[in-house]
Design a protein around this ligand. Sequence first.
Ligand SMILES: Cc1cc2nc3c(=O)[nH]c(=O)nc-3n(C[C@H](O)[C@H](O)[C@H](O)COP(=O)(O)OP(=O)(O)OC[C@H]3O[C@@H](n4cnc5c(N)ncnc54)[C@H](O)[C@@H]3O)c2cc1C
Length: 387
Amino acid sequence: MTGFWLTPEQRALRDSVAALCARFDERYWITMDTEHSYPLDFVQALSDAGFLSVLIPEEYGGGGGTISDAAVILETVNRRGGSGLPAHAQMYTMGVILRHGNDEQKARWLPDIAAGKTRLQAFGVTEPDAGSDTTRITTKAELAGDEYVINGQKMWTSRLEHSDLMVLIARTTPYEQVTKKTDGISVFVVDLREAGDAIRYSRIPVLVPHETYSVTITDLRVPKQNLIGEAGKGFRYILSGLNAERILVASEVLGDGYWLVGKAVRYATDRVVFDRPIGANQAVQFPIAQAFAQLEAASLLRNKAAVMFERGENPGFEANATKLLASQATWDAANAAMTAYGGYGMADECGIHRTFRAARLHIVAPVSNNLVLSFIAAHTLGLPRSY
Ligand SMILES: Cc1cc2nc3c(=O)[nH]c(=O)nc-3n(C[C@H](O)[C@H](O)[C@H](O)COP(=O)(O)OP(=O)(O)OC[C@H]3O[C@@H](n4cnc5c(N)ncnc54)[C@H](O)[C@@H]3O)c2cc1C
């Protein structure tokens, strides 16, 4: 977060995150990318330092911090050339348990998640045939005695192999049998350590430095006690966590954008072609300047969204628009950096194309910008719904 906005405590937080990140240099991240490896040491270090439990209340052993604190952590990681992607779900996926779980569930899971003993990194929403229309999921959960039996398929379930628990959504009433299409969806916490062959998965090779899986669920038995809240009301529980997710992912994206601008400025200043630094050419410097201005504007909207969130207001527009603008600004920063680096930008050792590819991901995930625009058009501006 831009310095003037931060409290003295948040400046100290930013500095300690930056000190941790300094132990994982650019070479580390390039190696993780080129070897398609999960940055286990880095995620463990973040967890050990307590940065991933910042949003868990102190009574459950967490940091009791605010969404702004969490944003400071994730933005700093990415500003320092790292990536919050392999770790960030541990920070906020537990929100559904915190907000909608009962006392027994909170006591059962939150202290171990806060201590980093239990990893809750997997969030199974998207399905191959449902896509952005979550109401069309077909994974079904049927009550059989004291258990739910779950069958179906999930797509793009990230970090599954590095998670002990998964928050999973499934239909307890089929789409055809509900009057409101958002009804009939339920949220479960699945213990992956006990799932055995009921969960089979395979890694999807992807453009971005990221681990994500397609998942087949066959007769998975989940105790009734792992249902979160009321059966059939899960869609609204998931929705209630989206503002936090948008603010935090946007913070990482902004971090990427600032990192790219910093790299582009340094290279454009040092690289001399035709007897002058390439950064003296307006075709090189203007896109960098433009992207920086956009990042600053998106960052201010993110700060507003975070403050509204902390006041208990609903920053639906602000959080979504922040994700939209941050992803666009960072995509522009990524292109400006690629232009500045010329051919060298293509080289693995340069380290730029890793973040360039990640910038493209955030135009479509965790929600596509088209769907964000539809949300703003229909919910903020009152235009007719397009779907
Ligand atoms: C690397 C990666 C990691 C992911 N991790 C997770 C995860 O951990 N858990 C999880 O549940 N999901 C995850 N996702 C899924 C992600 O949330 C979805 O990819 C995203 O929401 C878009 O859904 P889709 O890919 O099915 O696109 P679709 O819904 O099939 O849409 C395809 C295109 O059509 C456009 N489109 C669709 N409908 C409309 C419309 N009405 N108006 C205008 N445009 C429209 C979309 O904007 C998009 O550009 C991940 C995805 C990726 C790529």
